[in-house]
Design a protein around this ligand. Structure first.
Ligand code: APR
Ligand code: PHB
Length: 397
């Protein structure tokens, strides 16, 4: 039987099997670049971790091109707009009309991850679960090394390059001296209370709602499963809320004049997540690279987290392909700058969406009137609406 344990040497060592690590390994494999993925958690945990669910056109294009688009094309929901809600009315943002034909897809990150894992395992690609990485050493040498544990044994993987796709709390960034990295960060004075409910979505498109009681978002996972979020104070215990209280609060925040009603159903999952903006730069030092959440976090209001992770590893995979095919390192040298341009645009948009739609507990009546004026402006001006739409659907890769 072929051993699961990869050899002790590879070209690109990847830490973390979230969407970033999994997609990077898929893309490298397609270019014939040898790589190994090491993931701390087990497969079931990685496949069930609830995250966002909006894919930009460029993300869908990359997934299709690498063979991970089949179920997405069958089960993903194409969306041609979102609605904004404030002052008890709604305004639709028409994506194709405002962006020259672009749209987005609703397809959960859990499903993207399942599809990528299945592809990799079918391909016998080296992907180890329950293999926590303790440290990465030698990032400034020719032979960076990943130190990990598997089946109770300490192991080492020698690499040409190491890519940290290990999320916000990852260890790869510790391979880079603090003095070489700069982190810009902002935390918000509120969190999201997210639920999954077995009920058909009450609207065909996502609804982002500003209300005096705080922000709410109506999203979906399928024609029969709704995904909903409420702004709540930091530190809120999700178990302290009854189902009825959750639905009553959602009702109050989505309320509009007219006959529309929010349908209720059994709540199958609940969690509270804090909101944060963070960028670590540069995204490369020596032979260590950072990608996805390991390098940057956005608050989820703009639905950018997964799309940024996909963009990073797409740029990086092209750069590695160029290096290993032609000995041309220019793509690797340009990686950090190329990604950070997109990252900061997404940071600005996510900040804008977050601060325009949430109620800061410290905000004044004046601040609220500015938010409402901004929303009125988006409804009144094609330019303002197009600015939002262009950011939401994202740029080509
Ligand atoms: N050793 C091995 N694996 C690790 C380690 C470690 N020391 N530390 C973290 N990991 C793994 C985590 O268990 C996780 O599976 O790295 C993976 C990181 O995955 P994500 O957090 O999903 O990050 P990323 O792949 O960059 O995806 C970004 O996820 O957080 C969302 O909004 C974000 O949608 C975006 C996407
Ligand atoms: C989701 O469906 O989980 C979702 C959708 C849009 C967002 C954030 C999360 O902006």
């Amino acid at each position: 039987m072929k051993s699961l344990i990869p050899s002790a040497r590879t070209a690109v060592g990847i830490v973390g099997a979230g969407p970033a690590g999994l997609l990077l390994s898929r893309l490298l494999r397609q270019s014939g670049v040898d790589c190994v993925v090491l993931e701390a958690r087990d497969r079931a945990y990685v496949e069930q971790r609830q995250r966002a669910g909006v894919l930009e056109q460029s993300t869908v294009d990359v997934l299709r091109a690498c063979g991970a688009g089949e179920r997405l094309d069958r089960e993903g929901l194409a969306h041609d707009g979102v609605e904004l809600s404030w002052n008890r009315h709604r305004h639709r943002i028409d994506f194709p009309g405002l962006t020259g034909g672009k749209r987005v897809w609703v397809y959960a990150q859990t499903e993207v991850v399942k599809d990528l894992i299945e592809l990799q395992l079918a391909d016998a690609a080296p992907l180890l679960f329950e293999a926590p990485v303790g440290a990465v050493t030698g990032a400034d040498t020719e032979r960076p090394t990943i130190h990990y544990t598997y089946a109770g044994e300490q192991r080492e993987l020698e690499c040409d390059y190491v890519v940290g796709c290990d999320g916000y709390h990852g260890v790869t960034r510790q391979a880079i001296p603090d003095s070489e990295l700069h982190t810009s960060e902002r935390v918000y004075p509120y969190s999201w209370f997210g639920i999954l409910a077995d009920v058909a979505p009450s609207n065909d498109e996502l609804v982002y709602a500003h209300s005096p009681r705080g922000f709410a978002l109506l999203s979906m996972r399928s024609h029969t499963v709704s995904r909903l979020y409420l702004q709540v104070p930091n530190g809120t215990d999700p178990e302290a809320w009854s189902d009825e209280r959750i639905w009553d609060e959602l009702d109050a925040r989505f309320a509009v004049d007219g006959a529309w009603k929010l349908a209720r159903g059994p709540i199958t999952q609940r969690a509270v997540l804090p909101l944060r903006s963070s960028v670590t730069e540069p995204m490369r030092w020596g032979r260590a690279f950072l990608a996805g959440d390991a390098a940057h976090i956005v608050p989820p209001t703009g639905a950018k987290g997964l799309n940024l992770a996909v963009a990073d590893v797409t740029v990086l995979a092209r750069a590695f392909a160029k290096l290993y095919a032609d000995g041309d390192a220019s793509g690797l040298d340009g990686y950090s700058d190329a990604c950070l341009r997109r990252v900061w645009r997404a940071e600005q948009f996510s900040y804008f969406m977050t601060t325009t739609l949430h109620v800061d507990p410290a905000q004044s009546g004046f601040d609220t009137r500015l938010q409402l004026s901004q929303l009125d402006r988006i409804a009144a001006s094609g330019h303002a609406a197009a600015e939002l739409a262009e950011n939401y659907v994202g740029d080509a890769l």
